[in-house]
Write a protein that binds this ligand. Structure first.
Ligand code: 5AD
Length: 496
């Protein structure tokens, strides 16, 4: 059988999609190649969020095709994911040697399409059409193979985004929000736990919108009827969740859930109901999720941190800007005050909670005063980690046509100033952890130094220590001896 190599650009959702496609291909008998040079099929899973990500993938593909022409004439090439979705046929027009283009609702068709191309039945396939229920098609896991247990796994709970931030291409590449059912998600999580997974990260573009709308059009995201949501009916087969009756109209997925909940649950959003259901899985040790949106960050979610011991005290909460004026133009749906209010509540519920964020610098019309507001929110919150992005105009997005596009030099300068501030604050706070004891879940060898092991604290900080394979999957207490750049070094307090 042929071998395949998948290279992934972009976010964790993309990583997860690639893993599911790889697992689907392995199930069909394909082997996974160690590099593109050794593969019969090379797939690039692409990102469109910034121009740079698109250019990288396009250049990579052009390079590989150039080499293949001389050395591997039969190699098959495909684009998947966000750029495949937004550019479709245009990609084949530009690079005629590309054989396959699969959009974001068609990942699960990749294996069949490759079969057809490799068997010579079809020469080229471009499929970017929408597909009902595609949100539930990202379910297979590789779990490392090689007889090594994966300790941590990602589970996709929904697809798409309805927020339409003016800078963001995602609603156009990922489509409308569609959520999987709680039963379906819990079944996948249970299966992972039975295979040794200890930590699950629930993934979605905006997880706080989970279950609020668009659930495959015809069914509901959450268990209905009188069954308490804490013990949702678990179906034996993840793929056969029985469809609920069609909606009678109206927006409120939340409302439907509330009616189905009965007394005492009326304040829980569908996402918190999902957290409750996943939390009930025996053997699961830790739960994380990414990304929530400040707009939908209700008190029920803050309370969940205090209430659910498996929910790790760490939150990635994208702020994008500290300026109310820009937040409005960005169409973010919250103010600086509201954002700070959430942070305050989270810290009250879980002092020491790990906090990370995304920030865009150089949005059109961003003044020095706006940027100062961003610096000041970074100072005020003291994020443990901030991912800073220079604004990149994206096709079809309103911000791309706004007046006041800033020169690259301004974006770079602001990027540097903010980065310096964030790093200073983080370094100070990481340093404070030296000599404290933290609990880590050991994931495996450290990427930078495979002779050492790495784990993560509940607050999502990486800890590297001298250990061995036998520590993989263990929850251990370690004493922090040293702090590096976004990494802690530790001594196991108790070595078994
Ligand atoms: N330019 C720069 N950064 C962007 N992001 C999204 N769209 C753009 C854009 N056009 C950033 C946001 C988002 C992260 C995933 O990427 O900060 O949270």
């Amino acid at each position: 059988m042929p071998s395949v190599f998948i290279k992934t650009y972009g976010c964790q959702m993309n990583e997860r999609d690639s893993e599911a496609v790889a697992a689907q291909l392995v199930a069909k008998g394909y082997s996974l190649a160690k590099s593109e040079a050794m593969a019969d099929v090379v797939l690039l899973n692409t990102c469109s969020v910034r121009d740079m990500a698109e250019r990288k993938a396009l250049n990579k593909m052009a390079n590989m095709i150039g080499i293949a022409k001389k050395e591997r004439p039969n190699q098959v090439f495909g684009f998947m994911g966000c750029m495949a979705q937004s550019r479709g046929q245009e990609l084949v027009d530009k690079l005629p040697d590309v054989d396959l283009v699969v959009g974001t609702q068609k990942f699960h068709r990749t294996a069949d399409y490759l079969d057809e191309i490799l068997a010579g039945r079809r020469e080229k396939i471009v499929d970017t059409a929408a597909e009902e229920k595609s949100e539930a098609a990202i379910r297979e896991h590789l779990l490392n193979g090689n007889a090594q247990t994966s300790v941590s796994a990602f589970v996709s709970i929904m697809q798409g985004c309805n927020q339409y931030c003016t800078f963001c291409i995602v609603p156009y590449t990922r489509g409308e929000e569609r959520s999987r059912t709680i039963d379906d998600i819990v079944a996948e999580c249970r299966d992972l736990v039975s295979r040794g997974v200890k930590e699950i990260t629930l993934l979605g573009q905006i997880v706080t919108s989970y279950g609020k709308r668009g659930v495959g059009r015809a069914d509901l995201p959450v268990s209905q009827g009188s069954a308490p949501i804490q013990t949702p009916p678990i179906l034996p087969n993840a793929g056969t969740t029985s469809p609920s009756p069609p909606r009678s109209g109206g927006e409120g997925r939340g409302e439907v859930v509330l009616r189905a909940q009965g007394e005492g649950h009326s304040k829980k959003s569908p996402f918190v109901q999902l957290l409750d259901a996943v939390h009930a899985i025996d053997g699961l040790e830790r739960i994380r999720f990414t990304s929530p949106h400040p707009k939908g960050y209700g008190d029920d979610l803050v309370e969940a941190y205090a209430r659910l011991p498996k929910l790790c005290e760490s939150a990635h909460l994208p702020v994008q800007s500290g300026s109310d004026r820009l937040l409005k133009i960005m169409h973010r749906g919250y103010t600086r005050e509201r954002f700070l209010g959430i942070i305050e509540k989270l810290r009250r519920a879980k002092p020491g909670i790990g906090l990370s964020t995304d920030i865009i610098v150089g949005f059109p019309g961003e003044t020095e005063e706006d940027f100062e507001q961003t610096l000041s929110i970074a100072r005020e919150v003291e994020f443990d980690q901030a991912y800073i992005f220079k604004y990149s105009p994206r096709r079809d997005t309103p911000a791309a046509d706004m007046e006041g596009q800033l020169p690259t030099a301004v974006k770079e300068e602001r990027n540097e100033r903010l980065l310096r501030l964030v790093n200073e604050i983080a370094a100070r706070n990481y340093e404070k952890l030296v000599n404290t004891q933290v609990q880590i879940l050991v994931e495996g060898p450290s990427k930078k130094n495979p002779a050492r092991m790495m784990g993560r604290t509940r607050c999502n900080k990486i800890v590297v220590f001298d250990g061995s394979e036998r520590h993989r999957g263990q929850i251990m207490d370690v004493k922090i001896t040293r702090a590096g750049s976004f990494t802690l070094y530790g001594d196991p307090a108790i070595l078994e």
